[in-house]
Design a protein around this ligand. Structure first.
Ligand code: ATR
Length: 279
């Protein structure tokens, strides 16, 4: 790809950022849609973040994605925040508007659109959802499920106070379950989502008996390395539909790409294979 002098610029800011799949993902869509633009990795230390963000606006960037550790720090720097960024308490997408830094969060949208694409018959309103974890990913998932009309969200986290605080922020409709009682909370559930780091490469596996989970329930992960952690493998083996974390990553990228480059891109099997390095 050769960028012209008028090419559109965007990127991903993080520290570190070398592991990010976003440049490959956005690069695929730029090529597919023959857009004169580039999406670049931007390694930025936490202390340099505010200055770098403002400098990018001055340099003519259309916007950036944010990843660890900048997602929460951005709340203070943005001139406007959309409803999702306010509710989740983090920004993953920046759009440089008319002299304004606009902060958005597309993680919740990415989570729910991935579920809808992968399991179109699944309905949030059909029953309780069990969410494991209480970090940033859990906040995005709970926000998405509240917006989609999930009637009862059961939240279990190793550190109960974090779950209680999240439940308060999203009340009513979110109840806290003791971490040791997480298996029993699967009774009658319509959805199980793991947002903890358990099962991630290099971490302990998630220890959870699925016996109480209805066969009709959907089981989702927010991590994608590995693509099929033991939770998804066990769920598939007993007949549950599953949704992996890579789809959430791909779907959360769509609104940013649309805002910066002017085309709403699609998540396809070819994109998945490309991002996984298989094509
Ligand atoms: P993120 O923002 O990506 O969600 P995070 O804020 O670091 O990341 O959250 C990690 C989640 O994994 C937390 O819910 C954490 O539980 P605590 O709040 O008790 O720390 C959970 N987690 C990590 N290691 C765990 C372990 N060994 N057992 C149970 N939960 C664990």
């Amino acid at each position: 790809m050769i960028l012209s002098g008028t090419g559109i610029l965007a990127g991903v800011m993080g520290w570190p950022v070398s592991h990010s799949k976003s440049p490959r993902l956005h690069g695929y869509w730029l090529d597919l849609h023959k857009i004169d633009g580039a999406y670049v990795p931007l390694p930025v230390r936490p202390e340099a973040f505010p200055g770098c963000l403002r400098a990018l606006a001055a340099l003519g960037f259309r916007g950036v994605n944010l990843t660890v550790p900048h997602k929460v720090a951005a709340l203070e720097i943005c001139d406007t925040l959309d409803a999702a960024a306010q509710a989740i308490g983090a920004v993953n997408t920046i759009v440089f508007g008319e002299g304004r830094i606009e902060g958005r969060n597309t993680d919740a949208q990415g989570f729910i659109e991935n579920l809808r694409q992968t399991a179109p018959e699944w309905r949030a309103k059909a029953g309780p959802a069990v969410v494991l974890g209480a970090g940033g990913a859990a906040r995005a998932v709970v926000h998405a499920l509240r917006e989609a009309g999930a009637p009862d969200i059961r939240l279990a986290n190793r550190t109960k106070d974090r779950a209680a605080s999240l439940a308060r922020d999203f009340a009513p409709g979110v109840s806290v379950v003791e971490w040791r009682n997480r298996a029993a909370a699967l009774q009658d559930a319509n959805l199980l989502v793991n947002t903890t780091s358990l099962g991630m490469a290099g971490q302990e596996p998630l220890d959870l008996a699925l016996d109480a989970l209805p066969a009709s329930a959907l089981v989702a992960e927010t991590v994608y390395s590995p693509l099929a952690p033991s939770l998804l493998r066990e769920a598939r083996a007993r007949g549950n539909r599953t949704v992996d974390g890579l789809g959430m990553l791909l779907h959360q990228a769509r609104p940013g790409f649309a805002a910066w480059f002017g085309v709403t891109p699609e998540v396809t099997p070819a994109l998945r294979a490309f991002v996984l390095g298989q094509a």
